[in-house]
Design a protein around this ligand. Structure first.
Ligand code: 3HC
Ligand code: NAI
Length: 680
């Protein structure tokens, strides 16, 4: 059946799209709409047209898989200009998510109606582009410049109610009555002339509005190319005739589509969705119902992990060894919910409901009925094995037993139980109630059902899950290690912590390794013996420099925690290097990049080689969502593809004698570089 069909309702022609899953505006859809509109024009009995979609949503955008390939006619921008110009009124009837080219189709229609649950937005900026089918020119003409800036540069969708308020839609339909209400609306306006054409309206901008927007959003936009292009196009809508604004939109999207940034952002869009797929897992693998959860350890991670479930209505029993630690953990959860209410992320009622689902306990017996237990106790194998041994005795048969370990061998942890097929790693990131990433660590014996359940649950708690195999640090922390080792080594050879961090900031990371270390606290895992100074961190801690919290670490901090390079820390580092006999030299930014970032790519290649990640794009998802890798650089593996794997290998070879005696270049990386291949 064709993706576009038409229905006649007396004098109204309804054009229906059925192009699952999201009614993307691919070639067949565009062509079908064109033919149906021609039919409407040619038939004198048709007085008005409705465009609507079957399935879960109105058009959710252009078909992104067509980007970068030769576009087949009719192309969306031309089709929409023509549609707006025809002499019979077109009504767009929206439900689900009217996004990107979908909303642009609605904007080029003469009237817009939507169900109350619909959402509308122009999210193109998140793909590193801008709305390229007239959206930058039409939206400001309909909703005004400030609202258009928010929607186009911010990229977040708005509700139908908000859309009605700001004039983006003409009316709301009954939630279950869109088709009929749209036809009635079409009949009502069928004879009204002139037809309201958005391109004929004026967009007016207050003086200074664009620069004020740039200034207010500078931090969010830093490093990205698309937001500035969006602003320029909206500015053109306010300052130039429609046709000239459209021409600028056209030329800007052309450049953005060809940019590495947009390729990287589109890569992450698909990578995120690919990560949810597990190779070799049979479709329909049975899921284990998770109706209640236990968390062991109410520290930094345990509390945040618990919140994920409480917030979606799943009761959590949280266990500690001592009352004091339990009280502290519960109080922190309460404080975090209060913060969510204060910031408007939750209502008081929602927060109260969440906290009412929490049961604190000191007794393992209280975990005997839960469907899933997540352990978040100290990072120590003996402690973890003891905990899993106890769990094995109390947990009901069929309960999933998970560890939030950062580095440890999940198979060894599983060996402390009589049911390793029910054991896996669920590695959350800190703060666990906020960070999007979840590494799902598949043990040698983890059953398919347990794995599939974990992936399904991740979606429910709105995490992006990536499957990792058992190895030291899994995907993320394993790749962090060479980066941290090299950063630590570089400051001993003469680079300042601020030099290394600057290279990371320039690259687009929100923070450099030493800023991060100061924020986390240098005393994590410190033995607290000031006479033992085997590492720079130990030397800094011995001098009371514990990081931000003590007013100094690698940097100095004022009361407002503003950071400045620290002559004291630099002296401690130089003395430490002198005591180790490490000569000092000038170190270039390029060397910092090569040693810190290329070694990560190399470790990523080893992870792939060993089958610890399913695909290169999974590694990219881990780094973008878990470690602040700038999304416009697509993750380490795509970035390596973009700069060229030969460049990476040459850099590693150049630095080889500084990378430590155990350093080796990954054979997979070498092979790909030599044969001109890429990871993605
Ligand atoms: N093009 C092609 N495929 C798309 C797509 C698109 N625009 N949007 C989603 N898909 C695919 C996904 O890759 C996924 O495929 P898979 O099942 O093979 O993995 C499938 O559709 C379902 O997508 P989701 O898993 O994301 O489904 P959800 O229900 O969770 O979300 C959605 C639906 C909110 C519509 C979400 O898919 C989304 O945000 N899509 C992108 C919307 C977008 O960016 N639109 C603008 C496109 S650019 C554009 O329109 C340019 C124009 O200005 C000219
Ligand atoms: P934490 O020290 O803040 O909390 C651990 C809690 O576990 C403490 O409250 C302690 O009293 C409790 N505990 C210890 N042994 C216990 C036992 N036998 N039974 C019950 N409770 C016990 O530690 P954090 O940071 O929450 O780390 C927990 C785990 O999460 C570790 O494995 C860590 O590697 C991992 N992790 C930590 C991250 C972080 O950024 N802090 C990020 C991701 C994982």
């Amino acid at each position: 059946m064709s993706v576009i069909t038409t229905e006649r309702h007396d004098d109204v022609l309804v054009i229906v799209s059925n192009n699952p899953p999201i009614n993307a505006l691919g070639h067949a859809v565009r062509d079908g709409i064109k033919q149906a509109l021609e039919q409407a024009i040619a038939d004198p009995a048709v007085k008005a047209v409705v465009i609507r979609c079957d399935g879960r949503t109105f058009f959710a955008g252009a078909d992104i898989t067509e980007f970068g390939k030769p576009m087949q006619e009719p192309q969306l921008p031309g089709l929409l200009e023509w549609m707006e110009s025809i002499e019979k009124p077109v009504v767009a009837a929206m439900h689900g998510t009217a996004l990107g080219g979908g909303l642009e189709t609605a904007l080029a229609s003469h009237y817009r109606i939507a169900v109350p649950s619909a959402k509308m937005g122009l999210p193109e900026v998140k793909l590193g582009i801008l709305p390229g089918a007239g959206g930058t020119q039409r939206l400001p003409r309909v909703v005004g410049v400030p609202a258009a800036l928010e929607m186009i540069v911010g990229g977040a969708p708005i509700s139908a109610k908000k859309a009605l308020e700001i004039g983006l839609i003409d009316r709301l339909a009954g939630e279950d009555n869109l088709a009929a209400d749209a036809i009635a609306f079409a009949r009502e306006i069928a004879d009204q002339r002139p037809l309201p054409r958005v391109s004929e309206k004026q967009a007016v901008a207050e003086p200074g509005v664009f620069d004020a927007f740039r200034a207010a959003n500078a931090r969010k936009m830093k490093g990205f190319e698309a937001p500035e292009a969006c602003i320029q196009a909206i500015q053109a809508a306010a300052e130039l005739p429609y046709a000239e604004g459209l021409a600028l939109e056209r030329s800007l999207i052309g450049k953005l589509l060809a940019s590495d940034q947009s390729k990287a952002q589109r890569h992450i869009f698909f990578a995120e969705r690919a990560a949810a797929k597990i190779d070799g897992l049979a479709a329909g693998t049975p899921l284990i119902p998770i109706k209640s959860v236990g968390v062991i350890g109410a520290g930094t991670m345990g509390g945040g992990i618990a919140m994920n479930f409480l917030s979606i209505g799943i009761p959590v029993t949280i266990l500690e060894m001592q009352q004091e630690a339990l009280d502290r953990g519960v109080a922190t959860i309460g404080k975090n919910y209060a913060g969510n209410v204060k910031s408007g992320r939750m209502t008081q009622e929602q927060a109260d409901k969440a906290t009412s689902l929490l049961t604190p306990t000191l007794s393992y017996d209280d975990l005997s009925t839960v469907d899933l237990v997540i352990e978040a106790v100290f990072e120590n194998m003996d402690v973890k094995k003891e905990v899993f041994g106890k769990l094995d005795k109390v947990a009901k048969p069929g309960a999933i037993l998970a560890s939030n370990t950062s580095y440890l061998d999940v198979d060894e942890i599983a060996s402390a139980t009589s049911r390793p097929e029910y054991v896996l790693g669920l590695h959350f990131f800190s703060p666990a109630n906020v960070m999007k990433l979840l590494e799902v660590v598949r043990g040698a014996k983890t059953s398919d059902s347990v794995l599939a359940t974990a992936m399904d649950l991740a979606k429910k708690i709105k995490k992006i899950a990536v499957v990792a195999g058992v190895c030291y640090g899994f995907i993320g922390n394993r790749m962090l290690k060479p980066r941290q080792d090299q950063a630590g080594q570089l400051i001993l050879e003469g680079a300042k912590p601020s030099d290394v961090d600057r290279v990371f900031l320039d690259f687009g990371f929100p923070m450099g390794p030493f800023q991060l270390a100061d924020l986390a606290g240098l005393d994590i895992g410190w033995h607290r013996d000031p006479t033992r100074r085997e590492t720079v961190r130990e030397a800094l801690c011995a001098e009371g420099r514990l990081g931000q919290k003590s007013g100094g670490g690698f940097y100095d901090y004022d009361e407002k925690r503003n950071r400045t390079p620290s002559p004291v820390a630099e002296k401690i580092i130089a003395e430490f290097a002198a005591a180790k006999g490490i000569p000092q030299r000038q170190i270039s930014d390029e060397e910092i990049r090569e040693r810190c970032l290329y070694t990560m790519v190399n470790e990523g290649a080893k992870i792939l080689e060993e089958g610890k990640a399913q695909r290169a794009s999974d590694i990219d998802v881990v780094w973008v969502y878990g470690y602040g890798w700038p999304v416009y650089r697509g993750g380490p593996m795509l970035w390596a593809d973009q700069i060229g794997l030969k460049t990476v290998v040459d850099g590693l070879k150049r630095q080889a004698d500084r990378l430590g005696k155990d350093f080796t270049v990954s054979p997979l990386l070498l092979e790909k570089a030599e044969s001109g291949k890429t990871f993605n």
